[in-house]
Structures are given as structure tokens and as C-alpha cells.
Design a protein around this ligand. Structure first.
Ligand SMILES: [Ca+2]
Ligand SMILES: [Ca+2]
Length: 303
């Protein structure tokens, strides 16, 4: 996290002069150094999963309250959140003459200079990103025509605490599962969210057998509108994916139902069922699967 840093000119949070290679990510931050600048010889920088909060470029014509980029080589910003930053040009990101590719990123509620500010030599290409609520504008200037295409939106990200710097997403956020579908999934297995703080939708599935009936029970997934019960007989789910990869959809139940039962195969060692539950969203598309359970590996077929 880059928080509460000050610069007298450009780049309140992070200033990248791009000539060589570096990676800035959650596990590699060199600390909250207000003078953090990439050393000479830096290029092909990727900034991943970072929060830029309340940074301030003081310069009267300064660029980039959160992040300032200049130089001839592109910087990639992926899965970051910029909030409460301030600069004359680009409260979130400023480009005096730099090049940036941004994806899965939220730039919201920065307090001066708009979301992205650039000089004539600057270039910004965005996809699957949300620019919203920034003082002095969101999709402005040369990026105005990117709003509404390539997954880009301008909607309130419904942060847990935009005013207090709590950049977690809340359950109604339009930034959940709307990152690049080709990006690495979130740790819960769902499609990538926008921003640095993913919204956890994981849920758990357990199985018990009572009186010859197998009972599935699962915890709720916070955005599920329905649950799909999948089963496969005599074969585990190898490398499960979402959707038609599951051979047998046995039932669909509403989000208020968290159990399902079957006696199929119980007590029969030759017929063994595996199950999992898929949480599905309001749009009727799968969100993520539960862990898998099976009667085969529970010795329930043993008299
Ligand atoms: Ca997600
Ligand atoms: Ca069985």
C-alpha cells in the first residue's frame, strides 16, 4: 500500500521513470517511502494489487497524486485501487509523457485532478476498470472514448468505506467478477474482481449419510441467486471448470435453500456418486463451485 505520501512535484505515491525492468506488487513493496522512485535503468514495470490511498503531489502543475509515469516504455497497472489521492493533473494517475496499460483497476473518489491526467505525450489504455466519483472528472480528455467499452465502467464501486480508506468491495459492487475474464481468478476461484481487494464468495460443502440417504449441506455464498447441484457417478470431477464441463446437473435450488439429499448409490459399493454445488448469480451464470464431496471415499457403502 502506498498511503499518505507527499511529493513536492509529481508522483505523490509512486514515481516511475521507465527505462528498465521491475515489478511492484503486494509482496515486493519497498515500504511506504514518500520519495520512492524507480532507479535509473527501469522499464517494463508492472504494478499489481496495490492500493494507492491519500497520496498528494504538491506541484502546482504536478502529475499523478497516486502514481506518476514518464519515459518511453509502458507501465502495466493491474488490479490496483486508487482513492483519495490529489494532484493538479491526474489525482489517481498522471502521465507527463508516459505510457500506461491499466486493467482490473478502480480509480475512485480521488480528491483533485480527475482520475487520469496526461500531457500531450501521455497515453493510457484501460480495460475492465472503473473510474468513478473523482473530483474534476472520471473518463476525461483523451480517455473519454474508452468508457463503456472493453469492460470499462463508471459506476460507484460500493466500497466498504470510501471516506475512511477501506477499499474492500461490498456485496452489491459492480466491480465483483467484472475484471478481465482471462485474468488469473481470485483466490476464491471466481472471476477476477476489479481493484486490489477481492470480494470473497467462497462457501463450503459437507455431506453426511443418515438412514441410507446422503445429505448435502453448504454455507451460503454472498451473491448467489441459486445453487446448482452437480453429480457424477463412478468418476471424480477431474479438473472441474464451470458450466457445461459438469456432466450431470441434478437440481437447481434457490439461494434460500442450502441442503439437498439423495439416496443414489448409498449402500452400493459399485455405484459411487460425487457431488459439488455451484453458486450461480443473478444473471444465471455460474460464479464458483464448492469443494467436491463423494460417497465413494467415505466408506458409507460399508455395511
Ligand atoms: Ca471475483
Ligand atoms: Ca455407493
Amino acid at each position: 500500500m502506498f498511503k499518505g505520501n507527499r511529493s513536492l512535484t509529481d508522483g505523490g505515491g509512486l514515481y516511475l521513470s521507465v527505462i528498465d525492468t521491475a515489478t511492484v506488487g503486494r509482496s515486493r513493496l519497498p515500504g511506504e517511502d514518500p520519495s520512492l522512485r524507480a532507479p535509473d535503468g527501469i522499464r517494463a514495470i508492472t504494478v499489481t494489487a496495490c492500493v494507492f490511498d491519500s497520496n498528494y503531489a504538491y506541484g502546482s502543475a504536478g502529475y499523478g497524486g497516486g502514481l506518476c509515469i514518464l519515459g518511453p516504455n509502458a507501465v502495466t497497472v493491474r488490479g490496483c485501487t486508487f482513492g483519495r489521492n490529489s494532484a493538479a493533473n491526474g489525482g489517481g494517475v498522471g502521465l507527463p509523457d508516459g505510457i500506461v496499460y491499466m486493467e482490473n483497476t478502480i480509480i475512485a473518489f480521488n480528491t483533485r485532478g480527475g482520475a487520469v491526467g496526461m500531457n500531450a505525450g501521455g497515453s493510457a489504455t484501460l480495460q475492465y476498470s472503473d473510474l468513478s466519483g473523482n473530483t474534476d472528472g472520471d473518463w476525461t480528455g483523451s480517455i473519454a472514448d474508452q468508457n463503456g467499452i472493453n469492460g470499462n465502467i463508471s459506476l460507484d464501486p460500493l466500497l466498504a468505506g470510501a471516506a475512511s480508506g477501506d477499499y474492500r468491495l461490498t456485496s452489491g459492487s459492480p466491480c465483483i467478477d467484472t475484471g478481465d475474464p482471462a485474468a488469473t481468478p481470485d483466490p476464491d476461484g471466481s472471476r477476477a474482481d476489479m481493484g486490489a481487494r477481492f470480494f470473497d464468495q467462497s462457501f463450503d460443502l459437507t455431506a453426511t449419510v443418515t438412514g441410507g440417504v446422503m445429505n448435502l449441506a453448504w454455507t451460503s455464498s454472498p451473491r448467489a441467486a441459486a445453487y446448482w447441484i452437480y453429480g457424477a457417478v463412478n468418476e471424480p470431477f477431474f479438473a472441474p471448470g464451470l458450466g457445461p464441463g459438469y456432466a450431470h446437473r441434478l437440481a437447481v435450488v434457490g439461494s434460500g435453500t442450502l441442503t439437498w439429499s439423495s439416496s443414489a448409490g448409498v449402500g452400493d459399493p459399485a455405484t459411487n456418486w460425487w457431488y459439488l454445488v455451484v453458486a450461480a448469480g443473478q444473471n444465471g451464470l455460474p460464479i464458483l463451485p464448492s469443494p467436491r464431496v463423494g460417497e465413494y471415499d467415505r466408506a458409507w457403502d460399508t455395511p
